[in-house]
Design a protein around this ligand. Sequence first.
Ligand SMILES: NC(=O)c1ccc[n+]([C@@H]2O[C@H](COP(=O)([O-])OP(=O)(O)OC[C@H]3O[C@@H](n4cnc5c(N)ncnc54)[C@H](O)[C@@H]3O)[C@@H](O)[C@H]2O)c1
Length: 252
Amino acid sequence: MTLVDDRVAVITGAGSGIGRTTATTFADHGASVVVADVDAEGGRATVETITDDGGEATFVETDVSDLDDAQVMVDTAVDEYGGLDVLFNNAAIEGPVARLDDYENDAFEQVIDVNLKGVWYGMKYGIKAMLEDGGGSIISASSIGGEVAVPQYSGYGAAKAAVGQLTRYAAIEYAEEGIRANAVAPGIVRTEMIERTIEEHPEMEEQFEETEPMPGLAEPEEIANAVLFLGSDLSSRVTGVTLPVEGGYLSQ
Ligand SMILES: NC(=O)c1ccc[n+]([C@@H]2O[C@H](COP(=O)([O-])OP(=O)(O)OC[C@H]3O[C@@H](n4cnc5c(N)ncnc54)[C@H](O)[C@@H]3O)[C@@H](O)[C@H]2O)c1
């Protein structure tokens, strides 16, 4: 079954981890994918994987915290594929692991620039393109850290909480025009982001393994499938929600 046949999807941070797996999942389900990432090597590798499998994808080098880049990213979807149906605001950085008073000012600003402003910029231009084209579905990556306080992640968590709120605003402001907006809140997912953190803080590995009530870490596919649901017509009446994909963590 192909769930997003002939749809056009822009996926930010698609050069790695959850974004890459979501890009290949959408392509497998019939979408043309614009792979947007600040990392050209990673982004091109994702495109190659998709095209080698017979899918359709284009890379556009994008820093989501740059307003002009966000515009070019959306324009690429319109120019290459004729419009925009799905936008997954996935790109983010983890920032430092530090208590609030030790969290460097520059690091806080960088996390807010990428993880919050980047989502707002994507929404701003993505919505304009979707309004031209009868609507669409916006999904943004939040986190359990946006729903509850996870110690030593104040900048990251604050940005992710705001992503949930931006999602609600986009949902109600454009509901009549056929645009849905939702977010996903993963727990701990086996990606480069988590590998980097474990490398710097080996003591956190065991903690990560035990975070979710369901055993072990989530695989990127488990998040990509939730994004596919939100990006397809299977979720046609779902808007404004942040869908937890965290093995039960938030139910505790
Ligand atoms: N891995 C987890 O455990 C986890 C948990 C909860 C939420 N998330 C969220 O899921 C999303 C994806 O995370 P991941 O684990 O796949 O991370 P990752 O580090 O593996 O991939 C992130 C990608 O985003 C790109 N990126 C970073 N800054 C960018 C920028 N300014 N512009 C464009 N691209 C940029 C990177 O180059 C990379 O390709 C993020 O929003 C993250 O916060 C991840």
